[in-house]
Design a protein around this ligand. Structure first.
Ligand code: ZN
Length: 138
């Protein structure tokens, strides 16, 4: 069995953003040379997520609104964690949207559904964040 590891850096200019990283992950699969296996992508930070969904801007606006309903950023004073920082909402959003995605690798390509795309969800940005790609197979 072969394994391949790659770390990518994301830096968003806004506190919150959704970034389509499907091409970056596909490039890592090609670089790995693995034809059949599994590809894990995970955020290495506790205030950002990896998730799979539709690449449609209306849906992204809906997700942003939905997350703000569940875990509003402000007022910062509503959260106990914010005695220490101001990003409690980002931790909660990350919990809802998840840490990682796993995609099958078939014939050397990501085996995604027709409308599936891989996203990096940033909830406390404006700084460098790392995400890990790990591919195993042969
Ligand atoms: Zn925090």
């Amino acid at each position: 069995m072969k394994s391949f590891r790659k770390v990518l850096t994301q830096h968003t200019n806004s506190r919150r953003a959704f970034v389509n990283i499907t091409r970056d992950v596909a490039a890592a699969v090609a670089e790995s040379g693995i034809r059949e296996g599994l590809c894990l992508v995970n955020s290495m930070h506790i205030t950002s997520s990896i998730f799979i969904n539709d690449n449609e801007s209306g849906l992204h606006q809906d997700m942003e609104k939905w997350l703000e309903t569940l875990a509003p950023e402000k007022p910062h004073s509503r959260y106990a964690h914010n005695g220490y920082e101001d990003n409690a909402d980002a931790h909660l959003k990350r919990s809802i949207m998840g840490r990682e995605a796993v995609v099958a690798v078939t014939g050397g390509k990501l085996d995604l559904g027709t409308w599936e795309a891989i996203f990096y969800g940033e909830f406390d940005g404006k700084r460098d964040k790392r995400l890990l790609i790990k591919i195993i197979g042969e």
